[in-house]
Design a protein around this ligand. Structure first.
Ligand SMILES: Nc1nc2c(ncn2[C@@H]2O[C@H](COP(=O)(O)OP(=O)(O)OP(=O)(O)O)[C@@H](O)[C@H]2O)c(=O)[nH]1
Ligand SMILES: [Mg+2]
Length: 242
C-alpha cells in the first residue's frame, strides 16, 4: 500500500492559509510571498523595494530561513519591523508559521508585509500562505534554462523578477530565451529585469507592487469611511490550527 502523506499536510496548510487570508482581508494589508533559490537576491530585493516604498507605505518583513537571523537583522537595521522564522530544516514556509508571525506584528499599523521564503525553487511553490501574490526571483548566474527545469514556480508567480542584470556581461545568459520560457509557462506574466544592489530596474518593479498595495489601502479607507469595523483580536483568536 502506498500512502500519500503530502495531501493531509497540504490540506492542513490550506485550511490555515484561508484563516490567514480572512485575517488579512479585515486589515487591508497586502502580503507578498517572495521565492527564489538561495542567494538569488531575495533580501537585497526586499531592501531595494523598502527603499523605494517606505515613504508611501508602512512595511514589515517576515524572514524565512532554515537557521540564523542574518536576514532579519539586515531588515531591522533599516528601521523596518522584521520577524524571523527558522524552519529548522524545512525547505519552505507553511501557513501556520505565517499565522504566528502575523500575531507578532501590528496589522493595523501596516500596509505591506513581505515574506522572504526559504531559498528553494521547488518546495515553496505548493504552499499557499494566505498571501495576495507569489513572486519569484531568478538571478542571472543561475542560467536562462530554469523555466524549463523548474516550471512550477514560474507558473504560480504573479510576477517574475530577473535579478543581477549587472552581471549579464560576464554570464552566458540568453535573456530572450528566458523571457520566452517564462511566457510559455505563464502567458502575460510581467518580468522585471533589475539589479537589486545596483538599483537598475527596481523602480518598475516597485511601482507594480505599489499599485497593488495602494488598492488594499484604498479599500480599507473606504470601509473605515463607511463605518465598518476593522477586525480585532476577537477574530485573531478565531484563527486556529483546525
Ligand atoms: N552583482 C549583484 N549582486 C547581487 C545582486 N543582488 C544580490 N546580490 C548579491 O548576491 C548575494 C546574495 O544576496 P541576498 O540578497 O542575500 O540573497 P538571498 O536570496 O536573500 O539569499 P538567502 O537568503 O541566503 O537565500 C549577496 O552577496 C548580494 O550582495 C545584484 O543585483 N547584483
Ligand atoms: Mg535572504
Amino acid at each position: 500500500m502506498k500512502l500519500d502523506v503530502s495531501k493531509p499536510l497540504l490540506d492542513l496548510n490550506d485550511r490555515c492559509a484561508r484563516q490567514v487570508r480572512a485575517l488579512l482581508d479585515g486589515h487591508g494589508v497586502f502580503v507578498l510571498d517572495l521565492m527564489a533559490s538561495p542567494g538569488a537576491g531575495k533580501t537585497s530585493t526586499i531592501l531595494a523595494t523598502i527603499a523605494h516604498l517606505r515613504e508611501r507605505f508602512r512595511i514589515a518583513v517576515i524572514e524565512g530561513d532554515i537557521a540564523s537571523d542574518v536576514d532579519s537583522v539586515r531588515i531591522k537595521e533599516q528601521g523596518i519591523p522584521a520577524v524571523q522564522i527558522n524552519t529548522g530544516g524545512a525547505c519552505h514556509l507553511e501557513s501556520q508559521m505565517i499565522r504566528r508571525a502575523l500575531d507578532v506584528l501590528d496589522l493595523d499599523a501596516l500596509d505591506l508585509v513581505i515574506i522572504e521564503n526559504v531559498g528553494n525553487l521547488v518546495c515553496p511553490t505548493d504552499f499557499y500562505l494566505g498571501e495576495d501574490a507569489k513572486v519569484m526571483i531568478l538571478s542571472v548566474p543561475e542560467g536562462h534554462d530554469k523555466p524549463l527545469k523548474y516550471p512550477g514556480i514560474f507558473q504560480v508567480s504573479s510576477a517574475v523578477i530577473l535579478n543581477k542584470i549587472d552581471t549579464l556581461p560576464v554570464f552566458d545568459f540568453d535573456e530572450q530565451a528566458f523571457r520566452e520560457g517564462v511566457e510559455q509557462l505563464n502567458p502575460g506574466v510581467p518580468v522585471f529585469a533589475l539589479s537589486a544592489t545596483g538599483g537598475q530596474g527596481v523602480e518598475e518593479w516597485a511601482e507594480w507592487l505599489a499599485e497593488r498595495v495602494a488598492k488594499g489601502v484604498a479599500e480599507r479607507a473606504s470601509k473605515e469611511a463607511a463605518g465598518a469595523s476593522v477586525p480585532t483580536s476577537v477574530q485573531r483568536e478565531g484563527v486556529s490550527d483546525r
